[in-house]
Design a protein around this ligand. Structure first.
Ligand SMILES: *Cc1c(COP(=O)(O)O)cnc(C)c1O
Length: 349
């Protein structure tokens, strides 16, 4: 059985006979009912666990199309700037397509798992002494100046096209759109892609309304909330440590069109939400992915979370990518002698 975004959504995507149908079986991720947390919040809550994509984040949905189109158009190499997940994904699909991949990462600011991925897939990893926004500007200029060097950041329209597929999966599975869809916002591509995906489904009559889109940022990197660029973005949620979102205007339109909103949460709230998701509902998502849950708790506290509505949270990336963010939290481990007596003492049952 063939699987993957390009095969499954062949009719909805800009493919030609010349597009190689690359696949790592990306997409088709589970929509997990989060009953324990939903009950606490008084809503019907689901997590779309994008951390179960082949490279552990939603980036694979758009990257498969972007790299396939680069191959179709005869690119010699692909390039991207990345806070980590884009580079892991570009490196993997570059390897699959046999196209060299160059990734620009902000030096010292990338989670260890993501760096390991780019390296093992054989990407040329360049650490830039600067932040993501600067690295992206460099990658864009390089791609403009060098013919046949395809940029696969979300300025590449094929990325957002492929990412629409997540909205389609959610509607197909629920039979209708949720009332709210909430997700973390960094470069603001994904929220724009979800909006386009829902709009397309409405156009072809699969759904009759759009969900409210609630975009959540980290307080130290919240240009969409502030309405102005942030020069030195800082947050523990490295995947959304972005001060100048390239898709800002599309994202603003998405929120206005769906009567949604942008909000920001502190790093402390993000880490607390990460702990809640893991310890109360059994799902380990990376810090950026937990900003939406922090946002829901914040709205609940402010009495601004309507009861019994259906909410889908996009859990954008896998917690295993960033083990350092989780280490040292939760209960400290105990070390014992290798005897049953010592074990029974710890069990204390
Ligand atoms: C890329 C990414 C985001 C941000 O998505 P944008 O499209 O840049 O807004 C959020 N979370 C994770 C895990 C990501 O990899």
């Amino acid at each position: 059985m063939k699987k993957g975004i390009l095969h499954t959504y062949e009719k909805f995507l800009p493919l030609t006979e010349k597009t190689p149908l690359l696949s790592l079986c990306e997409g088709d991720t589970p929509l997990i009912p989060l009953g324990n947390i939903g009950r606490e919040l008084g809503v019907e809550l689901y997590g779309k666990f994008e951390g179960l994509n082949p490279t552990g984040s939603f980036k694979d949905r758009g990257m498969v199309l972007a790299v396939a189109k680069a191959a179709e158009e005869g690119a010699k190499a692909v390039v991207c700037a990345s806070t980590g997940n884009t580079s892991a994904s570009a490196a993997a699909y570059g390897a699959l397509a046999g196209i060299p991949c160059f990734t620009l990462l902000p030096a010292g600011k990338v989670a260890s798992g993501k760096l390991a991925q780019a390296v093992i897939h054989g990407a040329r990893v360049v650490a830039v002494r600067g932040n993501f926004d600067e690295a992206l500007e460099m990658a864009r200029t390089a791609s403009r100046e060098k013919g046949r060097l395809a940029i696969v950041n979300s300025v590449n329209p094929y990325r957002l096209f492929g990412q629409r597929s997540a909205a389609w999966e959610i509607c197909d599975e629920l039979g209708s759109p949720p009332d709210w869809l909430t997700l973390p916002v960094g470069n603001a591509g994904n929220i724009s892609a979800y909006c386009a995906g829902f709009e397309f489904y409405r156009e072809i009559g699969r759904i009759s309304r759009l969900p409210r889109l609630i975009g959540v940022q980290a307080e130290g990197a919240a240009p969409m909330v502030k309405g102005a660029p942030v020069d030195n973005p800082e947050t523990v949620a490295t995947a959304i440590r972005i001060g100048r979102p390239v898709n800002a205007s599309l994202a603003r339109r998405a929120v206005e069109l769906t009567n949604g909103q942008f909000l920001s949460v502190s790093d402390e709230e993000i880490l607390e939400a990460q702990g809640i998701l893991a310890s109360k509902n059994g799902i380990f998502a990376e810090p950026a992915s937990c900003a939406p849950l922090a946002g829901l708790y914040r709205l609940k506290k402010m009495d601004k979370l309507p009861a019994v509505i259906r909410i889908v949270m996009v859990l954008t990336g896998n917690g295993l990518k960033d083990p350092d963010a989780a280490k040292g939290r939760g209960e400290a481990l105990v070390e014992i002698d290798g005897t049953t007596e010592a074990l029974l003492e710890v069990l204390g049952l």
